[in-house]
Write a protein that binds this ligand. Structure first.
Ligand code: ARG
Length: 457
């Protein structure tokens, strides 16, 4: 399709390094949609006869049917999906196929196809996020009052509710959703009509092709349009950060399922065994979600570095934009689906969580807060007194909430009986009613707010 000025053909290795069909065949739907929009516009502008446009349209439909039926034969000599589609079209309809490429280049063609593909990826990722969010909301609702240890430095800090902990991931996913939605809005401009790099002398209607393909408008600058891959990087950034959130959740599930924690039992559907240790129940899916986030992050870095030193406009380096995008999208889709399934099926062990939450004198802050609120003690001094009470409990081999009132008063005489019930983990979480806090009623409110927002979408 470009051999007019060449006397010899490419070397075998040249052909091999140049061919991208094995990868970009995934763009076939987008390629055919963009070609149909282009041909219809050329006809409407009087650049293509109605007869040729008709032949091209029905020919492209036939090519689409063939590819959908698995009948695309890859030929490295035809390089990429664009040339495969056009070549097959010419076999089906003859010379009229040669008019389709009028006022078009593979440079604006591939930018358009790839954008359409990334736009679909965004929509799929948003649906995946939705499904995981739904699973988290259900489990958070079920456990809005279940007490578990809250950690800082992975040391028991203060008791929290499991519902609150799960809702932290709903908050992260909310930001992920907004990043994907934002990327979609920003990318939604059509490169088609930018041609090779400089635009074209033909009287195109770029608004028509843009709206036929669901774009908000045509791109502004032809040089930028054929060499811009920011939209793929925006997608990869949103995907990498989302995968990092999934990885944090995966890591917690792995920890919680381990014997020293014992906070969850991994259901059979989400575990694998060991070929040598019959006792094993391994959290492989969670581990792979954690591992996939490394690859997705690598995909983002690959595309950033690919663009970094490229002069305007198109260069063949850009052909390497697809593998990282496809890889990240496939991995993220699988990770989101696996996490949604795991979250829905996890068997939490509330007794174990509660007993660990109660250990480690986790309500020492509640004692200090009581001294501040009820005995007018400055917080710094109250902190010191509560610390002494923890030391007294440790010396007596007891938990803080097992100390008698006499033992507490030996630490500070201002402590009175009414503090005792407040040292239970349930009272501690119930008292944390500040906005965004862990009290069961706040968690229930947070769940309601997210469900309402979902209903409005
Ligand atoms: N297969 C190429 C890619 O994915 C299409 C664009 C080729 N353009 C060119 N002038 N050789 O980037």
């Amino acid at each position: 399709m470009w051999g007019g000025r060449f006397a010899g053909g490419p070397a075998a290795v040249m052909r091999e390094i140049n061919a991208s069909i094995a990868i970009d065949r995934r763009l076939w739907r987008q390629d055919i949609a963009a070609s149909k929009a282009h041909a219809a516009m050329l006809a409407a502008q009087g650049i293509l006869s109605a007869e040729d446009a008709d032949a091209i349209r029905s020919g492209l439909d036939s090519v689409a049917e063939e590819i959908a039926a698995g009948k695309l034969t890859e030929d490295p000599a035809l390089e990429d999906i664009h040339m495969h589609v056009e070549h097959r079209l010419s076999e089906l309809i003859g010379p009229a196929a040669g008019r389709l490429h009028t006022a078009r280049s593979r440079n604006d063609q591939v930018a358009t196809d790839f954008k359409l593909f990334v736009r679909d990826c965004i929509d799929e990722s948003l649906a995946g996020i939705d499904a995981l969010e739904e699973a988290l909301l259900d489990r958070a609702e079920e456990h809005s009052g279940t007490v578990m240890p809250g950690f800082t430095h992975l040391q028991s800090g203060q008791p929290v509710t499991l519902g609150h902990h799960l809702m932290a991931y709903v908050a992260m996913l909310g930001r992920d959703r907004s990043r994907f939605a934002d990327a979609r809005k920003r990318m939604n401009e059509s490169p088609l009509g930018s041609a090779a790099l400089a635009g074209t002398g033909f009287d195109l209607d770029r608004n028509a092709t843009a709206s036929a393909l669901g774009f908000d408008r045509p791109t502004e600058n032809s040089l930028d349009a054929v060499s811009d891959r920011d939209f793929a990087i925006d997608y990869l950034h949103a995907a990498a950060l989302c995968s990092v959130h999934l990885s944090r959740l995966a890591e917690e599930i792995i920890l919680w399922a381990s014997q020293p924690f014992g906070f969850v039992k991994l259901p059979d559907a989400w575990s694998t065994g060991s070929s040598i240790m019959p006792n094993k129940r391994n959290p492989d899916a969670a581990e792979l979600v954690r591992g996939h986030s490394a690859r997705i992050t690598g995909d983002l870095v690959a595309l950033l570095v690919l663009l970094k030193g490229l002069p305007l406009a198109y260069a063949k380096d850009l052909q390497d934009d697809k593998p990282p995008l496809f890889d990240a999208h496939d991995l993220l889709s699988l990770s989101l689906a696996a996490m949604a399934g795991m979250v829905a099926d996890l068997e939490f062990v509330p007794e174990k969580m509660r007993s660990v939450a109660a250990a480690g004198h986790a309500t020492a802050t509640d004692l200090a807060d009581w001294l501040v609120a009820k005995a007018d003690v400055p917080f710094r001094e109250a902190h010191h007194i509560a610390g002494s009470a923890v030391a007294a409990a440790e010396a007596a081999g007891k938990a803080l909430d097992e100390l008698s009132i006499e033992e507490l008063q030996a630490v500070d005489s201002r402590i009175t009986n009414d503090v005792l019930p407040l040292l239970a983990v349930e009272s501690s979480v119930a008292s944390r009613r500040s906005a965004g806090g862990t009290a069961p009623e706040r968690v229930a409110e947070a769940i309601r707010a997210v469900r309402e927002a979902r209903g409005r979408r």
